[in-house]
Design a protein around this ligand. Structure first.
Ligand code: SF4
Length: 315
């Protein structure tokens, strides 16, 4: 009798939607259902970073203004009527004011954890601190933060940290960060800041949802492969793969869904774990888990990994 080769599949928890994403999605759904909100419905960017969600809302007529390279302030100029929803990543006062000036109806889906960073920075500015903010370029969360004050120093990596002015060492320095980073990659930046400004005050603002998902990756048993289900634009999803590869030393791949699995990754392995970013629909991750559970390397009948999901199932 032919031996059946099946992998061990570990479904990590927690994974998937966080409170900020759930609230943002609920807000868009409410606007779709409520006819008194003026049409068309716009989202200034992607409501959360997941292309499948954006496409599903698109099927309901929601227009996501997601043009790469354009700021939120540039995007709002393209809206002249209807309802605008600001995304979970935060929005600057300048954009809110512009929406008011244009007489638009708007709703703000900014996550409360992102608000917390805005508040902390404003308070420290009032107290006379110089602000250093660690984040990712071309991401909407830093865009809104940097609009708080033109004097905020933005740092993405060690190179940026080394270029910061030495004169700051005689001033009060407050360091904080984007909510969806990992301590593993900002550690090297913090080490440089410690040498430049030994008395700096650090407020770690990696949100709880990001932290506990990363901890689940770090604390898992050793496996041959980890698949992270999430969008390539999603910072927290990218970080899960980063933490898997760098901190846990497990070969980790970021996939948008079951259709992105490369069967070569599964050849000869005994175990695989699955996690997903905070903006990844559970139904998409479940499809990945179910595929892996039934997959057998020596049975071609189990190899079909095209998604069976209808785009409207996503929401
Ligand atoms: S990942 Fe964190 S900051 Fe982003 S929406 Fe979720 S809870 Fe909020």
């Amino acid at each position: 009798m032919e031996m059946v080769i099946r992998m061990k599949v570990i479904d990590l928890t927690p994974r998937g939607y966080c409170h900020g994403v759930l609230s943002a999605l609920a807000m868009v759904k409410k606007v779709i259902k409520t006819e008194s909100y003026p049409r068309p419905i716009y989202v200034l960017g992607q409501i959360v970073h997941n292309e499948k969600i954006t496409k599903a809302f698109d099927a309901y007529g929601v227009i996501s203004l997601d043009q790469k390279g354009k700021t939120r302030l540039e995007m709002i100029e393209e809206v002249n009527s209807g309802t605008v929803i600001f995304t979970a990543h935060g929005i600057s006062e300048q954009v809110i004011n512009r929406a008011k000036e244009k007489g638009l109806t708007f709703l703000n889906a900014t996550c409360r954890d992102v608000y917390k960073v805005h508040k902390a920075i404003k308070e420290k500015l009032d107290e006379g601190y110089e602000i250093i903010y660690i984040g990712h370029r071309n991401h909407p969360e830093p865009e809104a933060i940097l609009a708080i004050d033109s004097k905020i120093y933005f740092v993405e990596d060690e190179k940026d940290a080394l270029l910061l002015p030495n004169e700051l060492k005689d001033k009060k320095v407050f360091v904080t960060n984007q909510t969806t980073l990992s301590l593993y990659d900002i550690d090297s930046v913090l080490k440089i800041l410690e040498t430049k400004y030994p008395n700096y005050l650090f407020d770690n603002e990696i949100c709880n949802a990001t932290t506990v998902r990363q901890e689940a990756v770090v604390n898992q048993e050793d496996v041959d492969l980890m698949l992270v289900v999430g969008d390539k634009m999603s910072s927290n999803s990218n970080k899960l793969a980063f933490v898997g590869n760098k901190a846990k030393k497990i070969k980790s791949h970021l996939i948008g869904g079951v259709e992105d699995i490369d069967l070569n990754w599964l050849k000869g392995i005994d175990s695989v774990s699955v996690t997903s970013g905070a903006s990844t629909p559970t139904i998409v991750t479940n499809e990945v888990v179910e595929f892996l559970k039934q997959y057998k390397e020596n049975d071609p009948n189990t190899w079909d990994h095209q998604t069976k999901l209808n785009i409207l199932d996503i929401l």
